[in-house]
Design a binder for this molecule. Structure first.
Ligand code: PLP
Length: 231
């Protein structure tokens, strides 16, 4: 068995037990294989193991890989997105997880309109209020959602957060619970054009906790592909 297949089986078992523990159905949780920095051959291997959702954080890398891999892959843009690069990925990505400003949303709306499509996005919230991280603050999250909802050719599907790096994943439970609470608050506001369905939270170090707190998308890199090397 290949290493990727072995890793995927391990991840799969942990997702299943986190679902069982929290009374959730396995189908409620979608696994994104975060393939940033990894070569196309490894993505192909994960594809052959059944992965169809891949996450990248750089526009150029996503575009390069998009051209080399099967067309039924759902590409997720999970990294900080510059407005001038939206045009390169707008018709290639299935979901943009990292929208954290009205200006970026306006650009996405504009480029989607040009292509005659509707862009699906998540609003990224910096729940832990870490200075080093992107994402709108908790305080401004709801008003940002309300503003983006008014734009054409863009549809808000839910929320995303990147929790802090911690030794003990339990330390992130409150941040996942907080994101879920904001999500529920937004649902109760019944904002036109907002369809809150997705909670993108949890990475290699903390996805089991995220699943028990309601994650619908978990983003796993290291746990599938091994450690990343940055050159
Ligand atoms: C790299 C990355 C991940 C995956 O991180 P791992 O710890 O390797 O699982 C998840 N989400 C985002 C936004 C990332 O940039």
């Amino acid at each position: 068995m290949s290493q990727i297949q072995e890793h995927l089986e391990m991840v799969e078992a942990k997702i299943a037990s986190a679902c069982a523990e929290s009374g959730r159905r396995r189908e409620e949780v979608k696994l994104i294989a975060v393939s940033k920095t990894k070569p196309v051959c490894l993505l192909q291997e994960a594809y052959e193991c059944g992965c169809r959702d891949f996450g990248e954080n750089k526009v150029q890398e996503l575009v390069d890989k998009y051209d080399k891999l099967p067309g039924d892959i759902r590409w997720h843009m999970i990294g900080h997105l510059q407005r001038n690069k939206v045009k390169y990925i707008i018709d290639k990505v299935y979901l943009i997880h990292s929208v954290d400003s009205l200006r970026l949303a306006e650009q996405i709306s504009k480029e989607a309109e040009k292509k005659g499509i509707t862009a699906a996005i998540l609003v990224e919230i910096n729940v832990a209020e870490e200075e080093s991280k992107f994402g709108v603050t908790v305080e401004h999250a709801v008003s940002l959602v309300e503003e983006i909802a008014k734009l054409p050719n863009i549809e808000i599907r839910g929320l995303m957060t990147i929790a802090p790096y911690v030794e003990n994943p339990e330390e992130n439970r409150l941040y996942f619970a907080k994101l879920k609470q904001i999500y529920v608050d937004i649902i109760h506001k019944n904002i036109d054009n907002v369809c809150m369905k997705e909670l993108s939270m949890g990475m290699t170090g903390d996805y089991e906790v995220a699943v028990t707190e309601g994650a619908t998308y978990i983003r796993i890199g290291t746990g599938i592909f091994g450690e990343r090397e940055y050159t």
